[in-house]
Structure formats: structure tokens, C-alpha cells
Design a protein around this ligand. Structure first.
Ligand code: SF4
Length: 99
């Protein structure tokens, strides 16, 4: 990726919106499902453990501040952004938990 406006073709718009040079070096790169709000066939305990692990990655992420700014730009962020969990079940789009 060479710039914020460099948008490769054939990538769905929701994914395109996540491509941002500010997030270069993100610790979640290549691990996005682990940063989702919930996964299929996941127990509540497994989800809790996974989200705890993911949030710990965010605390050591070099682009955490930029990530939080990017989350603020999303209309309905879901998953973990900058160590915050967004859109927990029953609260779609809500910014539920502080880091
Ligand atoms: S702060 Fe967390 S969610 Fe944001 S880019 Fe870094 S690892 Fe990913």
C-alpha cells in the first residue's frame, strides 16, 4: 500500500475502508478474525479469553492511537479497535468497553 487513497481493485468496500497507512505495523495484521466481536461456535468463555488476548495485543501495538482514531471514523465499528471492544452481542455498534 502506497497511500491512503491507493485502493486496489476487487476488494470489497468494507475491507477497503480498513486499509489505511496509519495502521501500518498493526499487531493484528493477518489475524483479523481474532479481533472480531464474536466468532461462530465460540463459547462465552472462549470469547472472553480471545478478547482479553486481543486487547493485550493492542496495548503493545505501535499504532493504537491511530487505530482508535480510525474507529471513531467508522459509523458502526465492530470488533476490537485500539483495545476497545465495539458491538458486543446485544449492543450492535455500541462502544462497549474501555481498554
Ligand atoms: S490497536 Fe489493536 S486493533 Fe488497532 S491496529 Fe493495533 S492491534 Fe489492531
Amino acid at each position: 500500500m502506497t497511500g491512503r487513497n491507493a485502493r486496489p481493485s476487487r476488494i470489497p468496500d468494507p475491507i477497503i475502508s480498513l486499509i489505511d497507512d496509519r495502521l501500518t505495523g498493526a499487531r493484528c495484521a493477518g489475524k483479523s478474525p481474532l479481533f472480531d466481536t464474536e466468532l461462530d461456535d465460540e463459547t462465552a468463555e472462549e470469547r472472553s479469553d480471545r478478547l482479553t488476548w486481543a486487547r493485550a495485543q493492542c496495548t503493545r501495538c505501535p499504532v493504537q492511537r491511530a487505530c482508535r482514531a480510525a474507529a471513531e471514523e467508522q459509523e458502526h465499528p465492530h470488533g476490537i479497535w485500539g483495545g476497545k471492544v465495539h458491538g458486543l452481542p446485544g449492543h450492535p455498534g455500541r462502544k462497549d468497553t474501555a481498554a
